[in-house]
Design a protein around this ligand. Structure first.
Ligand code: FRU
Length: 526
């Protein structure tokens, strides 16, 4: 009997192995296979976008077209460190699940394919349409490393590629570059938008530590319009990956133009970060409301974020995706077959306070579909959390969403600690006394790979009597949305194993936690 059982068990294992190898083969580029090992390597984010293998940085060419969100990205398939850039490609219909597609753009004789954007050319202004379906047009930077090495400063120019089959195959335009280099060293990352009032295309381009604005009737011929930035915002580093879009001011009938500009180095917690300006744009020139420095995300790891073009007015959202890393250490963070991930998609909004305008970010609603269950931490009228420990022995915390409300006044410090069996610990707190929010990742796992990996990440913040913390935790990242995204902090960390305990720091007698829900999240790759 024993022997028969053993044989049956053995047969089962063989069958399972064969079945899983079969789906291994089939999973390549499908992104939806359910093979046990797929996307389960150490450090692999479970519900964030990451490439199957190779190096990834900035999101590129974010465009919604014919029912699909396109996610192109800076990609080097041959290594886990930055190299000759391609555009990797994925598509999805819900901003959460992604299907990997073949590389969209390869380097050519004009250079590597650096960051850029994509639009649907509805009216065929480019004349590149074949058949009846509007073409997708990508505008990107050519980075010519041979020219760079020869000491020529004009090594970056803008190129065009188009697709007549919903982004599946791409043709490079014969007349490239469409915007040659005028003799400026940093001249890159075009974001193209359709400007309805003037009926033209507008390009915003990062030019050293400024932006330049260009216009075009057809995406092929570009005229210089204006420059912005000399005396505005932060200038601790080079400006990169700009974006420009109108956005409604919540609770008013106003709409403002928002300009995003990533900057590296010079971020508030070291290295890379994204600043923004609000103002007006008349089709030629951007006029800021003021020139003060404002950061879109005060964590360390949200860079080069840009927004999707083409989202229908009936939806009306402005949705951003960022690269969840920092050039201070991006190339040396612990990795195996791939390196880095994107943030969760975030809906942007504007609010007004003290006569000024500020950007808020919130997780897109589609993420709610990942919730597998919900665990209330606070029972009606009783918020006691014995010993401060709320959950123990639950490795699922490394793939979770936490929705917490605290009272925090006077000398209160409120927040959470996530810990694993090895006592590696991530601490996230608000101190009402020092009026700051901090993420302490110094003891949250491997931090030895770079002296520039900031241990304690801080942001000034003054809450009212209450503070809400909405957190998204994945294998190596936390995204913290305070008070409906008025303060956002994104940080990566590298624990040796999953977090399995959640401690709440409720301050005074454990009564400061007013609301607490933990959601376990389903992964997107199984
Ligand atoms: C931003 C950036 C861009 C550039 C790209 C190259 O992270 O430096 O300015 O186009 O990365 O990969």
């Amino acid at each position: 009997m024993k022997i028969i059982l053993k044989i049956t068990a053995g047969l089962l294992i063989v069958l399972l192995t064969v079945a899983s190898c079969f789906s291994c083969k089939n999973r390549t580029r499908s992104g939806t296979a359910d093979a046990a090992g797929f996307y389960h390597e150490k450090y692999r984010p479970q519900y964030h976008f990451s490439p199957e293998s190779g190096w990834m940085n900035d999101p590129n060419g974010l465009v919604y077209n014919d029912g699909e969100y396109h996610l192109f990205y800076q990609y080097y398939p041959d290594s886990t460190v930055w190299g000759p850039m391609h555009w990797g490609h994925a598509v999805g219909t819900d901003l959460v699940h992604w299907k990997h597609l073949p590389v969209a753009l390869y380097p050519d004789s004009l250079g590597y394919i650096f960051s850029g954007s994509a639009v649907t050319d509805r009216d065929n202004t480019s004349g590149l349409r074949e058949g009846t379906v509007p073409p997708l047009i990508a505008i990107f930077t050519y980075h010519n490393s041979k020219l760079e090495r020869s000491g020529n400063t004009g090594f970056q120019s803008q190129g065009l590629a188009w697709s007549n089959d919903r982004g599946r195959t791409w043709n490079k335009y014969q007349g490239n570059p469409v915007l040659p280099n005028p003799g400026i060293k940093d001249f890159r990352d075009p974001k193209v938008i359709w400007h309805e009032p003037s009926g033209r295309w507008i390009m915003i381009l990062a030019v050293h530590d400024r932006v330049h604005i260009y216009s075009s009737p057809d995406l092929k011929n570009w005229s210089f319009e204006s420059e912005f930035g000399e005396n505005a915002g932060s200038h601790g580093g080079v400006w990169e990956c700009p974006d420009l879009f109108p956005l409604a001011v919540t609770g008013t009938s106003l709409s403002k133009w928002v300009m995003l500009v990533s900057i590296n180095p010079g971020g508030p917690n070291g290295g890379s970060a994204t600043q923004y300006f609000t103002g007006d744009f008349d089709g030629h020139k951007f006029t800021p409301d003021n020139t003060s420095v404002k950061w879109m995300d005060l964590g360390t790891d949200n860079y080069a974020g840009v927004t999707w073009s083409g989202i229908p007015a009936s939806d009306g959202r402005r949705i951003l995706l960022g690269w969840m890393s920092n050039w201070n250490y991006a190339t040396v963070v612990p990795a195996s077959t791939w390196r880095s991930a994107m943030t969760i998609p975030r809906k942007l909004s504007l609010y007004t306070s003290n006569g000024d305008y500020f950007l808020a970010s919130s997780p897109v609603n589609e993420l709610k579909n990942l919730r597998a269950d919900s665990l209330p931490l606070v029972r009606q009228g009783n918020s006691k959390t014995p010993n401060g420990i709320t959950i123990k022995g639950d490795p699922g915390l490394s793939r979770s969403e936490l929705d917490l409300d605290f009272i925090a006044t006077g000398a209160d410090t409120v927040g959470i600690a996530l810990e694993n069996e090895l006592s590696e610990r991530l601490l996230i707190c608000y101190s009402a006394l020092s009026e700051e929010v901090f993420i302490d990742r110094s003891g949250a796992g491997d931090a030895s790979f770079s002296p520039r990996f900031t241990g304690i990440v801080k942001a000034p913040y003054k809450a009212g009597e209450r503070i809400s913390m909405h957190l998204f935790v994945d294998a190596t990242s936390v995204e913290l949305f305070i008070d409906d995204g008025r303060l956002v902090m994104t940080s990566v960390f590298f624990p040796s194993e999953n977090f399995s305990s959640l401690k709440i720091y409720p301050g005074r007698n454990g009564n400061l936690l007013q609301k607490g829900i933990v959601y376990h999240l389903n992964g997107i790759w199984q």
